[in-house]
Design a protein around this ligand. Structure first.
Ligand code: ZN
Length: 169
């Protein structure tokens, strides 16, 4: 499984022919190094309707004929715009990689993210939703050091960087 971080909370997960993008925010994202036109996906997953999570959802859905997976209210809103949507399913699986916000102010900060990392029992934690704008500046390397102090594997991804993971045995 190939995981590419596009900056902020935007993550693309690819396995073979299948690709999914989470919280697409490339247009206007000061950290993004990838252009929307180069993204090929079958699914767009939107965690919620704030602009920094759905800016490019409709464009990517139209460009790829992709379905948007979102909560009911957001799905209905996008359907009105002619976008194909899928109801959201929440599963209970062992987590290989958890993407946890550390920016604070609008989301969890590093302290709460550390607690969340312990709760999720994920094999690897990647910090997201920081440094995009001045109010959410954080030291991601320091967060990862704190994770390691709790025996949790952490990894900072730069925008555009790819992480390859294999499924848990
Ligand atoms: Zn946000």
């Amino acid at each position: 499984m190939r995981i590419q971080y596009h900056g902020h909370s935007c993550i693309q997960v690819t396995e073979g022919q299948h690709s999914l993008i989470i919280d697409p925010f490339l247009t206007g994202n000061p950290l993004a190094v990838t252009d929307v036109s180069g993204i090929r996906v079958q699914y767009v997953l939107a965690t919620h309707g704030h602009f920094d999570h759905i800016t490019d959802a409709a464009a990517l859905a139209k460009q790829n004929g992709a379905a948007v997976i979102a909560v009911e209210e957001l799905a209905s809103y996008l359907t009105e715009d002619g976008i194909r949507t899928e109801p959201m399913h929440v599963g209970r699986f062992a987590i290989d990689v958890a993407f946890l916000p550390i920016g604070g102010r609008f989301t969890m900060g590093p302290e709460d993210a550390l607690t969340a990392a312990v709760w999720t029992k994920a094999r690897c934690v990647v910090p997201i939703h920081y440094n995009t704008f001045p109010p959410i500046r954080q030291d991601a390397a320091a967060f990862v050091s704190r994770l390691q102090g709790r025996g949790i594997q952490g990894r900072v991804l730069e925008p555009g960087e790819i992480l390859t993971v294999s499924a848990a045995d």
